[in-house]
Design a protein around this ligand. Structure first.
Ligand SMILES: [Ca+2]
Ligand SMILES: [Ca+2]
Length: 285
């Protein structure tokens, strides 16, 4: 079902105290005013409508690019940097060179970082390389070889410190196949487990696709973080789009097919905060 372009963002900015919760929801990216866009992402006209008529967050759209979009306001993550997020992405219009599984590169990285709200290295860096004090979940579509910790040209990985250093999982179906993909990332600060789920439907998989145990408080150096996405292209490229996004500032795993947990208290700050664009949620399917 095609999303209806009404509900743009529901945002709460947490005040001091554990009773407050922040939920950020984008079912549509027609208003990007809450984002700092960098590199190629900043050069792409907003709003960007994909060929399905949806307003998407387009990170890259050509060869030789590096771009990113991070929320301008840092978010204070609760319970030892815990968070949950769910987003859908689409990689279409593959350009340039091919690797073993076909044309298109380099992918998308979901990033939680504290250094700044800028972009990292392009190409095989996927806009993530060099963003220290970060955790990145890569959706990597180009085989840069073992030097970049790439097992193949179509895998996911969980990385720390702006380097490709974590466990990876190969994905059988090409992620740059022009279809919508659905991803979940959950970090539980109590167990220190990062779990990533990836699916071609919006049904949350029971089992994680990839896990890594890591101390994010140590990796980040603080629990106040910029949240966003990066992408890079090189001799191969394509359109790298975020189609929808939900982010929770604590470990609250998201099941888009059940009632999404409402934050206990939604504290809305009008000035300098993420804009309140709608008063009710819409499902993304
Ligand atoms: Ca790669
Ligand atoms: Ca590939």
């Amino acid at each position: 079902m095609k999303p209806i372009n009404l509900a743009l963002a529901i945002a709460g900015v947490a005040a001091v105290g554990s009773a407050n919760a922040t939920t950020i929801t984008y079912n549509d990216f027609s208003d990007l005013s809450a984002f700092q866009q960098n590199g190629s992402t900043a050069a792409i006209a907003d709003p960007t409508t994909d060929n399905l008529g949806r307003n998407v967050l387009r990170l890259t759209n050509n060869l030789g690019q590096s771009g990113s979009a991070f929320l301008k306001n840092a978010i204070d993550l609760a319970n030892q940097a815990s968070f949950s997020t769910y987003f859908s992405f689409r990689i279409s219009n593959p350009l340039g060179a091919s690797d073993g599984d076909g044309q298109g590169a380099d992918g998308i990285v979901f990033v939680v970082q504290t250094v700044s709200n800028t972009a990292g290295g392009g190409g095989g860096g996927i806009g993530y390389l060099g963003i220290t004090k970060s955790v990145g979940v890569e959706f990597d579509t180009w085989n840069n070889g073992s030097g970049s910790n790439d097992p193949d040209g179509n895998h996911i990985g969980i990385d720390l410190g702006g380097a490709f250093n974590g466990p990876t999982a190969s994905i059988a179906t090409r992620m740059n196949n022009g279809a919508d993909w659905f991803a979940w990332v959950d970090y539980n600060g109590a167990t220190k487990d990062i779990e990533v789920r990836l699916s071609q439907t919006n049904t949350r998989p029971t089992a994680a696709t990839l896990t890594r145990n890591a101390d994010l408080v140590a990796a980040l150096g603080q629990t106040n973080a910029f949240i966003g996405f990066t992408s890079g292209t090189g001799a191969a490229g394509g359109y790298h789009d975020i189609v929808s996004w939900q982010f929770e500032d604590d470990f609250r795993p998201i099941d888009p097919n059940n009632n999404v947990p409402e934050p206990g208290v939604l504290s809305l700050l009008g000035i300098g905060a993420v804009g309140l664009m709608a008063s009710r949620r819409r499902r993304t399917n």
